[in-house]
Structures are given as structure tokens and as C-alpha cells.
Design a protein around this ligand. Sequence first.
Ligand code: ATP
Ligand code: F6P
Ligand code: MG
Length: 482
Amino acid sequence: MECRQVENEISICKMSENVEEDEDCFGKIVADDNGFVLQDVPHLTDYIKDLSIVVQNDGPKRIHFRRAGPRQQVYFKSDEVNACIVTCGGICPGLNTVIREIVCGLSYMYNVNTILGIKCGYKGFYARNTIPLTSKYVNDIHKHGGTILGTSRGGHDTIKIVDSIQDRGINQVYIIGGDGTQKGASLIFEEIRRRDLKVSVIGIPKTIDNDIPVIDKSFGFDTAVEEAQRAINAAHVEAQSGENGISVMKLMGRNSGYIAMHATLASRDVDCCLIPESPFYLEGPGGLFEYITKRLRENGHLIIVVAEGAGQELMSEQSINMTDASGNNLLLDVGMWLSQKIKEHFTNIRKMVITLKYIDPTYMIRAIPSNASDNVYCTLLAQSAVHGAMAGYTGCIVGPVNGRHAYIPFHRIIDTQNQVVITDRMWAQLLSSTNQPSFLNPVKKDVDEKKVDTVTPRLSNSPTFNYYIDDLKDVLAGESLQ
Ligand SMILES: Nc1ncnc2c1ncn2[C@@H]1O[C@H](COP(=O)(O)OP(=O)(O)OP(=O)(O)O)[C@@H](O)[C@H]1O
Ligand SMILES: O=P(O)(O)OC[C@H]1O[C@](O)(CO)[C@@H](O)[C@@H]1O
Ligand SMILES: [Mg+2]
């Protein structure tokens, strides 16, 4: 019997003989037809035969995903593989690491030598030259921010892209990008499938906003939060040194306030964190101005971190209704607007002396190379992607779900966005740590009611809790028990 310990918890064994059930002291071993065995734990019903079930939950079954990793069955010969890699959307720490590790993974683990870099995002498939990628070429790229391939927004034309894939004889497509990119990847996969092409399409989710659902977190997020600490430190020094010092700092987060929330919790110097998921108001009891007054009185200074997507509904007078090339709404500068409103209120109306500094490190936190933990994470993602493509999986992204790397079908992640759930524990912890108002019970609202409908839904259920990796399925060499 060949046994293997998986992550210190689960012993999965492959039997050379067909053992159906066995007793091991007080443990149980149960085998299935494929030769996989479950090292089960004792249960009361093993020895109390008439034990009755008190609650029987017949609700819908939980969703499981196929675990990522190497497989016994590989569907591509090394010299047959013609792979390509493309990066799309905004930049993010770790892009180059993922590129490097896909190239090295293909080359070292599967002896693949034909890998093309597609230049400048989706439009590069039909409008640009390609870059031949080798392990030597990518050797040092993880030490640099950005993407060596270049990236872009817009320009997704499914037919032209798939024509180009077909014309070039590409049979593995690695697509690194955020929510928009993965929507585009899903369309490419569908067209490839419609044409019956032997082409694996694997997405590697990228976004510092951490807004991709299902996965635990996206790469680059940790690095961005860490870099934000440097800016918060500067904001703190400025605020501490000025008379009634107020620092307003804007961080990225179009629809999701994860960076702002984590940067606030990590720093302990931030007095107030404003995110898109939690509408706020300025005037009146429980409002931001009242809180600023209180903090200045107590502490002499204060730091506000605001996610770029927060408070958009408050800036009705400046509405621009414009989109970028990918169709994303262009946001108004909430940091600038908020700074102006605070100045007006305290200087003009309250006749107070304040020293306000507006700090905008938004691009600085995403233009850097990934930190150590993101590097490890990027490597695991890239290797999972390579194993998946070589094993013939397609139409999916790779990513960790409840701590285990998995293959997740595109359709699971493209219809929703991951957002901070303000009724969840983490936001509650942030409110307790900053002591800021929750803004949940406004006496006076500044919100332009007409605009509220146009903003992203505020409360969503955290989808992560509903997803599990089934340890029994697909753990060893990729064969499912079912
Ligand atoms: N619904 C869609 N269908 C097809 N392609 C899309 C779609 N949305 C976006 N894309 C394409 O995906 C690419 C990147 O999209 P986008 O600019 O929205 O960035 P993203 O991948 O969401 O990354 P991020 O927002 O984190 O920077 C663009 O080339 C865009 O044309
Ligand atoms: O200015 P750009 O490059 O369009 O990117 C800005 C956007 O990119 C993101 O960082 C996502 O990548 C958002 O937070 C932000 O709104
Ligand atoms: Mg996006």
C-alpha cells in the first residue's frame, strides 16, 4: 500500500489490492473503486448502533472545486506545446513573478520550449508583435514592478483573438488579469470550445483591489497593503506635526475597500477608514465632521484613509459619467473632494485653524515588485496554472479557496465581485479599533438620493464561506472519487 501524508492532516492512500473496509485500532479505512482510501475518523455510530439523528440538514450541498496540482494524465507532449501569456488591466505587484513562474514551470517541469509573450493586453493578440519567452529571458523579471509584456484596457475582440490563437497554432493560453480580463477569457474559452480546438485557457486572477470572488485573496494585495503602511506613516508624521493636523489619504479600491480596510487595521495610526461598501455622511450627529472634531479635541490630529470608490454618491455636483476603454466607470477624486469639504467646514464655518494634507499614494502601492509572501503565492498560482493546462483543464482560473489551491470555472467568478461585508467580523473589528462612527444611522444624510441606485450594491454575502475544497476528490494524482 502506497501512502502519502497530505498537509499534515489527511492521509490519502492508494491501494495495490482492493481493500474495501478495514479497521486500524480505532480508526477506519474506507476504499473506493478507484483505489483511493479515506483514512476516516471514529464516529459514535460505530459502536452505538441505535443513536438517533437530532438534526438532518437537507439543504443544498456545498460547492466543491477540483484541487489544483500535478496530474497523472497529461494531454500535451512537450514539443507539441505552443503556449502564450498575456497580461491585461491595471498593473499589480507580482505580475512579473507569475510570468516568470509560468515560463519556468513549463520549461523545467514539462520541458516546454515554445512560449510567446503577447504584448500589451488583449489587443496584442491581433495588433502587436510577440516576445519569445525563455527561462533565461525571465530570470530576473520578478525583481521589477509592472509587467514586462505591457498591459492595456479595452480592445477585447473575441473573434480576432481566437483567429490569432488559431493562426499562430497556440494551444495553451495563460491570461493574467482582473475581473474584466477573466470575463474576456471566458468568452475566448467559449469561442475556442465552439471551434473544437485543443487549446487550454487558464486565467490567473490579478487585482490589488481583491475584488475577485470565491478565492481567498488575489496576488499583489499583501504587497499593496504593506506599501500603504509607508504612506500612512508619512501621513501620521505630517498630521502629528501640524496644528490640528489632518491627513487625508486615498488608496485604491474601485468597488471594494479591502486595501483601505487592511491598511487601516495594520497601521493602528488611522482614525477613520471610508470604503465604498459603507456609505458615510459629513454633517450632523454621527457624521464625519462631528468625529473629526472629537478626535482633534482628544488627540490633536487625525488620519483619514479613503478608498477611491467611497463616497461617489456624495459628489453629485461633479458627476462625470465617463468610462475607461474597458467600460469601467471613471471615478471622481474622493480624496480631493473630502479634503476640500473638511477645509471649508473647519476653516470657513467653524473658524478653526487646521493643517490639512492630502496624500495620494494610489499608483505607488501597485507599481512595486511583489513582497516575499506574494512571490510565494504567485509561484504557486503559476505552477497550478501550468499543471492544469498540461492536464487538459481549461475554462477556469486558479486560486486558493479556504487555503487550498483549486481550479475554479470562469462562470463562478465573472458575475459577482468580492466586497467587504460590513456586517462581518472584520469591519466590526475595524470600527472597534478606530472607534469611528459606523454611519449606519444617519440623522442627516448628504446623499443625493437620485445617485444611490447607480452605485454598486453595498451588502453582499461573503461567497467564500460557501466554497470548500473536497479533500477526498482529486488530491492524489488528480483522479476524482466520483
Ligand atoms: N465584459 C467583458 N467582456 C470581454 N472583455 C472584457 C470585458 N470587460 C473587460 N474586458 C477586457 O479585459 C481587459 C481588462 O479589463 P479591465 O480594464 O476591466 O481590467 P481588469 O481585468 O478588471 O483589471 P483591473 O480592473 O483589476 O485593473 C480589457 O482588455 C477589456 O477589454
Ligand atoms: O488608472 P488605471 O490604470 O486605469 O487604474 C486604476 C484602477 O486600477 C485598479 O487598481 C484596479 O487594478 C483600481 O483600483 C483603479 O480604479
Ligand atoms: Mg476590474
